[in-house]
Ligand binder design. Structure first.
Ligand code: NAD
Length: 565
């Protein structure tokens, strides 16, 4: 990838303020979001162009990064730049309402769509791993993750207890990059979290950043404290330094059954991610070097015990779900255990009902760099949706407990739900932001984007489209239609990726950005894109036969041809 660019060293994150270096705010937004992804405060290894998620990159090489910046600065309001796996490859005259940037990352033709082929091409500099939001310039750091975890647990509370998690104990594993959001997401939902983590440094990091309240010296101490907090109805989180499989077995031996059991250790990678039982971190790291095959086998043995313990806790009454780390898939594939899938993944269990209504992780960033602009949008979202309790509580908690990284930004799950004027939730809010920019209450344009994990934008059989009612888990027409439709609707950046959090060949997904600069054109685009985008979630799930989606289509007047009325 070459030596880090001088321009990147000078930027140290997104440029801010109201002066722009490009010919318009749409191009400028792309330039700022690319640099925001590579902000040392935001990215994991920015000097390697890696934003997050293993090797998820924002550009293919440092030369490609420089070339993208040069193209963006020169790009007219009636042109479109094409980026193929992190490299600018073409520029065409289009029109003002067309996207300014189109991006395709990591895509391979079916028969060749695997890690082996990808790695060969990557080594030759011909392709790049775009993850989800890394290569589409939409990553905003940890707060993008915490809100999804918060929403999952909020939905669990609604479904299982008709309330929040007050008085409930959640047992889980992992306190790493994304998994470290779990304790705070549990306490934000007023519950109690016991997390097993093998690595003491990870526990320290979560304590230092206030994602975790305490660390216990033993499991017994953790259980005592957790039970006391749950009885008092107090939010509380505690970590125990131990292997999660050992922790769950010890709970079973003691006859302790948590209300909820889940897991976010890096089980998707049995060698580089998950830790086998019976070793300290240092010993396991040594074994990985000296005898990787033995490490793999012992790691998979521990995963099988881990799944057995979850199944037994489920049997004894715990609510069990997998949190998108492929733990069940590993035990099924490598240990031949078909019953591994006897507990559900988080999407079918808690997220799909929201997807059916087009709800998903809407996010926005203040291009000014001024936190006051985001605080004004916080007020606007709560003014717009005063009856949405979960959303109001989220905004309050995010303001109190989640710090900004890079460009000030916010995430909020919003959906379709047309009002009397035919405007979706997402469109209503985006139009309000656009007005605030036009009135000068917000000092510079706001760019609105989202995670690729959204209602109608992903095909991923082990995660977002696991166990679809009509068996269409692997049908990838939907994310492609999503990207095409968002181009037609006039989004400013549109992207389509292969891979993401589950790896090459396991998922296709798309996303978009719209720049709200206060203009009539921005309002027109926002009205259309924030209807088509969540609308894809409604039609995709209505097509698969979900009642909630059919109900949403009826209530919000979404056209779904050929369905039984
Ligand atoms: P990470 O590697 O940064 O953290 C995982 C943590 O688990 C590490 O701190 C590690 O020390 C710990 N760990 C590993 N094996 C363990 C064991 N047996 N017992 C106790 N602790 C153990 O990874 P991350 O970013 O936190 O993500 C974790 C996993 O969760 C990944 O597989 C990721 O794909 C998945 N995930 C999915 C979603 C989603 O689907 N939306 C969201 C978040 C995370």
């Amino acid at each position: 990838i070459g030596e880090p660019s001088e321009q990147w060293r000078e930027y140290q994150g997104a440029p801010t303020g109201t002066e722009i270096e490009c010919k318009g705010w749409r191009q400028e937004a792309a330039l700022r979001m690319l640099n925001n992804n590579l902000d040392p405060e935001v990215a994991e290894k920015p000097e390697d162009l890696v934003v997050y998620g293993g090797t998820g990159r924002a550009a293919r090489s440092w030369d490609a990064y420089d070339a993208i910046l040069a193209e963006l600065r020169d790009l007219d309001d009636e042109e479109t730049l094409l980026v193929q796996s992190g490299k600018p490859v073409g520029r065409f005259a289009t029109h003002e309402r067309a996207p300014r940037v189109l991006i395709a990352n990591s895509n391979l033709v079916g028969k060749w769509d695997d890690w082996e082929h990808f790695h060969e091409l990557e080594a030759e500099g011909k392709i790049m791993y775009g993850q989800m939001t890394a290569g589409s310039w939409a990553y905003i750091g940890t707060q993008g993750i915490i809100q999804g975890t918060y929403e999952t647990l909020a939905e669990l509370g609604r479904q299982e207890y008709d309330s929040n998690l007050e008085g409930k104990i959640v047992a889980t594993g992992g306190l790493g990059g994304m998994s470290g959001a779990q304790p705070l997401a549990v306490t934000m939902n007023r519950g109690v979290c016991i997390a097993a983590e093998v690595d003491a440094r990870r526990i320290e990091r979560r304590l230092d950043t206030d994602y975790l309240m305490e660390r216990a010296d033993s499991l017994d101490e953790a259980l005592d404290n957790a039970e006391e907090a749950a009885e008092a109805g107090e939010p509380y989180s505690v970590a125990v330094e131990m292997n999660v499989a050992d922790m769950l077995e010890a709970m079973l031996e003691r006859g302790f059954v948590p209300d909820v059991v889940t897991d976010q250790t890096s089980a998707h990678d049995e060698l580089g991610g998950y830790y086998p039982s019976g070793y300290s971190v240092a010993e396991a790291d040594e074994l990985r070097e000296s005898d990787p095959e033995r490490y793999r086998e012992e790691s998979l043995d521990t995963m099988e015990r881990h799944v057995d313990a979850i199944l037994e806790l489920q049997e004894r009454g715990a609510v069990a779900f997998e949190y998108g780390n492929n733990l069940r898939g590993q035990v099924e594939d490598h240990r031949g255990r078909e019953d591994a899938f006897d507990f559900p993944g988080f999407v079918p269990a808690y997220i799909r009902p929201m997807f059916c209504r087009g709800r998903g992780p809407f996010r926005w960033a203040a291009l000014s760099g001024d936190p006051a602009d985001i605080h004004r949008t916080d007020e606007a979202v709560t003014e717009r949706f005063p009856d949405n309790e979960s959303l109001n509580r989220w905004i309050e908690l995010a303001q109190e407990q989640v710090s900004f990284q890079g460009l000030p930004s916010r995430v909020c799950w919003l959906g379709y739900e047309n009002d009397e004027n035919g405007l979706t939730e997402r469109a209503r809010f985006a139009l309000r932001i656009n007005e605030l920019v036009a009135d000068g209450e917000i000092s510079a344009p706001i760019v609105v984007t989202r995670d690729h994990l959204d209602a109608g934008s992903v095909a991923s059989p082990h995660r977002e489209t696991e166990a679809m009612r009509d068996g269409t888990d692997a049908v990838a027409d939907w994310p492609i239609l999503n990207a095409l439709l968002n181009c037609a609707a006039g989004a400013d950046i549109v992207s389509v990726h292969d891979g993401g959090g589950v790896g090459i060949g396991n998922a296709l997904h798309a996303n978009n950005h719209v720049v709200l600069d206060g203009s009539d054109l921005a309002a027109e685009k926002a009205r259309r894109v924030f209807t088509t985008d969540p609308g894809m979630g409604v039609i995709r799930h209505a097509d698969a036969g979900y009642d909630e989606a059919i109900d949403e289509a009826d209530q919000s007047d979404v056209a779904v041809p050929m369905r039984d009325r």
